[in-house]
Design a protein around this ligand. Sequence first.
Ligand code: DGJ
Length: 696
Amino acid sequence: MSLWELRGDRQSLVFADLDGGMPQIIHWGAPIPPADLPVLADAMRPDITGGMLDAVAPLSICPAAERTFPGQPGMEVAAVDGTPLRPRFKLVDVTGVDRSDADVWLLRCEDRELGLDYMAELALQHASGVISMWSSLSSRQPVRLRWLSAPVLPGPQHADEMIDYAGSWIGEFQPQRTAWQPGIRLRENLTGRTGHEHFPALVIPGRATSNAQGEAWGAHYGWSGGHRMVAEELPDGRRQIQFGHASGSWHEPDTDFATAPLYLAYGAQGLNSMAAMFQTHLRDQIVPWPDPDRPRPVHYNCWEAVYFRHDLTELKDIATRAAALGAERFVLDDGWFGRRDDDTTSLGDWQIDPRKHPDGFGPLIDHIHSLGMRFGLWFEPEMVNLDSDLARAHPDWVLGPADQIEGRGQRVLDLARAEVRKHLFGQISAILSAYDVDYIKWDHNRVLPYPGAAQATGFYTLLDQLRVAFPDLEIESCASGGGRIDFGVLSRAHRVWLSDSNDALERLRMQHEAALFLPWEVTGSHVGPRVCHTSGRVLDIRLRAWVAAQRHMGFEMDPRELTQDEVEVLTRVTAWWKDSCTWRAGAAIARLDSADPAMTAEQQTARDGSRFVVFAGQAESSAQIAPRPLRLTGLDPKARYRVDLINRDDISGLSRGTPALKSGPITLSGQSLMQVGLSLPYTLPASIWVMEGQRL
Ligand code: DGJ
C-alpha cells in the first residue's frame, strides 16, 4: 500500500493506493500526526457483515460501477456509437511536483485496452492552505462523455447536514440546509451559466458547528458554465461528494475532457475558519489584480439614475456630484451603443450611439478625468438582440433554434466559434483603444438556450485575449446581478456585482451569506436610490451607506435626489471607507454568532490583528426588548482592545439607558469581548451599529 498526503497547517488530504486501481482519498480534514498515516488506511477499513458483498467496493477518486460500487459513478463514458465503456483503470504513477505556490501530486491512471487515460491534480496552495483538484480524461479514439467528476471526496460522517445554495434575481445566496440521509442530493444547473439559482458550492458543518466554533468542510467548483453536484450517502453509510460540469446529456464526441478546479477548505474553528481560507485564496491567489496594492476605488454607476437616458449635460452633472461625495470611478452603464433606448434592441452593435454621444466619449471622459475619476463602461458581449445589425448580418452566429423563448428580448451568440470571438474582440478593443477605459462591467442577462461547456470556454478565451491586449483593464462580472459568481470567472475578473438589489436589508443578508466565499474587496455594493427600485422600501441613508461600506463601496442613486443630511452622511461614511481601505486590505470577514436572530453581524479584522471593525445590522425588531450582548471573535484573549462605537450620533431617542459604549470607548480583554460580548444601545429596526477596535 502506498500513501500520499497534502499537508497544510489547517487541513490535510491523504490518498492511498489500496489495490492498484484508482487511489482513494482516505482523509480530508484536520492534519493528523504523520506517524498515524501508515496505519490509517487499515484502521479505517469498514467492517463487513450480513447483506454486504465480501469486500467493500472502493470509494476511489473516480468510483466505478463495474466494481459493484453501490452509488453514482465518478465517470460515465461511451463509444461514439453509444455503447457504454466500462473502464478498469490501473494506477500508473503518482508524481510530486514542487511548485513555488503549491505542493502538487499528479496522478495518472490508464485502461490500456480501451485507450483511456485518467489524470488528476491535487494541490495544496501554500499561501491560503486551500486545496484545489481537477481531473481529466483523454482517449485514443473519440468517445462520448456523460459525466466526469473532479476527484471524488469521501463525505465527512461527523456531520448531520449539508448546506448548498439556491437564489434568484435580487435574492442571491440563499443557503439551504439538508439532512444527510441515504440516497442522493443532486444539484444540476442546466442554465449554462453559474446562475443565481445554483452557486456551485457545498458546505458541511460538523454537529453544532457555528460561525465561530466547530468543524466545517467546504467545496467550491470554479466554473462558469453550470455545475453538477452529487452528495450521496451510500447504502453502507459511507458518503461521497462529486462536482463536475453540468451537461444535461452526453457531450459531443471528443478525445479530451477536463473538469474545472474544485477548491476545498476545512476549518476547525467554525464556518469562519473555512471562509477565511476561501476569501484569502480568492483575493490573493485567484483574482488577477493589475495593481494589487492600489486601494479599490469608490464607484459611481449611473444605471439606476438614468437607465437608457444618456444626456451629456445630465451625466456630467451627476459625475460632478458623485465625485464630491467621494466617487473615484464613473461607470457608464447600458444604453450608450446602437440605438439602445430600451432593452429590446441593439445588443451586438457595440458602436457609440451618435444621438446620445455625438462627439464620442471624449467630452464625458474629459469631464470625469477633470474630477479625478477613472472611467468604466458596460458591455454585454455574449448577447444579441434580433433587432441589431449584427443579428441581421450573421443570423447563424445566434445559438439555439429560431423559435426559442427569448430572455429580456435577447439571444446568445455562439462563443464556441472563433469568428464570433474575433468579431467581439475587434468591437470591444476598438472602444478600449480609442478611449481611456480602465474598467468593464461585463453583463450576461439571459440563460443559454441549452447547456454546453463550449460556451463558457469560449467566454474564458475571449476574456483572456482581452486581458492580454489590455493588461491594466479591470473587469466586473455581472449577470443580472449575481448570476455569474465563481472562482473560474474571478480568475479573469476583479469584482462581482453581487445582486441587482440595492436594498440595504436584502444586501445585509446576501453579503453575510456570500462572505463564506467572497472577500470584501471583490464584492460590489452600492448605495441605491432612497426608494429602492427592486423592493420599494425606503431605508435611511445611514443603513444604506454602512451596508455598502462593508464591501467594495459604490453609489448608484441619482445624486440629485440627495438631501443635505444624506450628502453629509454619505460623504462621511465614504471618507471612513477610503481611510479604512489601508488597514482593511486583506482583512478577513468573520460572521458573528449573534444571540439575536434579528441582528446580522460581522467582524473584519486586520491581517496583523491590530484593528477590527464590527458591523451589527438590526435587520428587524427583536423579539426581546433589551439588546442581547454581541460576542466578537478571532481576538487574542490576553490582549486588551479599545472599542468604540463610531456612529454614536445615530443613537435613537428611544435608547434611554446607559450601556458604557453609548457614552464613549471602552477597553476590554479579547477574552471578555469573545466570551461575554458587548452590550449595544437599543436601536430601531433597519439600522446598523459600527464599532472599531484597536489592540492596545
Ligand atoms: C443587469 C445588471 O445587473 C444591471 O446592473 C444593469 O447593468 C443592467 N443589466 C443593464 O441592462
